[in-house]
Design a protein around this ligand. Structure first.
Ligand code: ATP
Ligand code: MG
Length: 267
């Protein structure tokens, strides 16, 4: 089966820092893929390369098996790849409908055409309502400014926007990092619903219980590259933590072994 989104040997250097050091990646149709790794492992850099925000120095990116070159986030969007960045990039003073259509406003068909067409506010509100209802997001008014929403509701709006416009992949960088228990549970539910509608989701998270609850596969990133892919059904949280810290190593055959202290005798 051809991966929906794939990367091979990505390299990105910032001066002396190598943020990606031959990173591989693959996302399959219909799955939630979690990407885990220590701080600074290069997860965000990888995700930015896949969403066009970072241009790799080396390596290739493939969409449905075809090589692509992203020169910016718009290129990735054109391929149906939508990203929810950690800072959400919402306009706080604007209402929900406006935020949902930020940068992609609907306009009424006007006789002048082009630049002078009026915003289709009611059309956007109706569409926003439909999207939120479909995803089971419980927000009463589409005209409520985003700054008056709770953290979880804001997260939901950002996720809804990605789900509404993403036609191939939705990528989320730490969507539950700032949320409480109940709000996190709702965002996790939302991720499950997006997957069930047929859109594969890439989820970056430091929260192992969340990862084990929702992910179909877990991509473990360490020192700028993928060191393992495991399934929550066959592997434990301890094993994943061991792999991402380097205490454990995955062999070519998929077996996992402890990385012992190297002594003069067994070196
Ligand atoms: N624009 C940049 N300029 C210089 N160095 C950078 C830049 N972006 C990332 N790096 C460096 O690349 C490495 C990987 O960073 P990245 O943000 O991808 O890690 P991460 O796995 O997302 O970490 P975290 O879990 O803390 O978010 C780090 O050493 C970081 O300092
Ligand atoms: Mg990061």
């Amino acid at each position: 089966m051809t991966p929906v989104l794939e990367a091979k040997g990505l390299v990105k250097r910032y001066g002396r820092v190598t943020a990606m050091d031959g990173a591989d990646f693959d996302l399959r149709a219909g799955e939630v893929l979690a990407v885990v790794g220590d701080n600074g492992a290069g997860k965000s850099t990888l995700i930015k390369a896949l969403s066009g925000a970072v241009i790799p120095d080396e390596g290739t990116i493939l969409v449905d098996g075809n090589e692509v070159r992203f020169h910016g986030p718009l290129d990735a969007r054109k391929h149906g790849i939508e990203t929810v960045y950690q800072d959400l990039a919402l306009a706080p003073a604007q209402d929900i409908a406006t935020n949902l259509f930020l940068g992609r406003e609907k306009r009424r068909a006007g006789f002048l055409g082009g630049a002078f067409r009026l915003l289709d506010s009611s059309g956007m509100r109706t569409e926003a309502r439909r999207v939120l209802d479909e995803l089971g997001i419980d927000i009463k008014s589409m005209t409520q400014p985003v700054e008056t929403l709770s953290g979880g509701q804001r997260q939901a709006v950002a996720v809804a926007r990605a789900a509404a416009f993403g036609t191939r992949v939705v990528i989320m960088d730490e969507p539950t990092a700032a949320l409480g228990v109940a709000e996190s549970a709702k965002v996790l539910e939302l991720i499950g619903r997006i997957r069930d509608r047929g859109l594969p989701v890439v989820l970056i998270s430091h929260n192992m219980p969340h990862v084990f609850e929702i992910a179909d596969r877990v991509h473990v990133h360490r020192l700028g590259r993928r060191v393992a892919v495991v399934s929550p059904r066959t592997h434990s949280m301890n094993e994943v933590v061991g792999l991402l810290t380097g205490a454990l190593r995955m062999n070519e055959d998929g077996s996992i072994q402890e990385v012992g202290v190297t002594t003069g005798l067994n070196r």
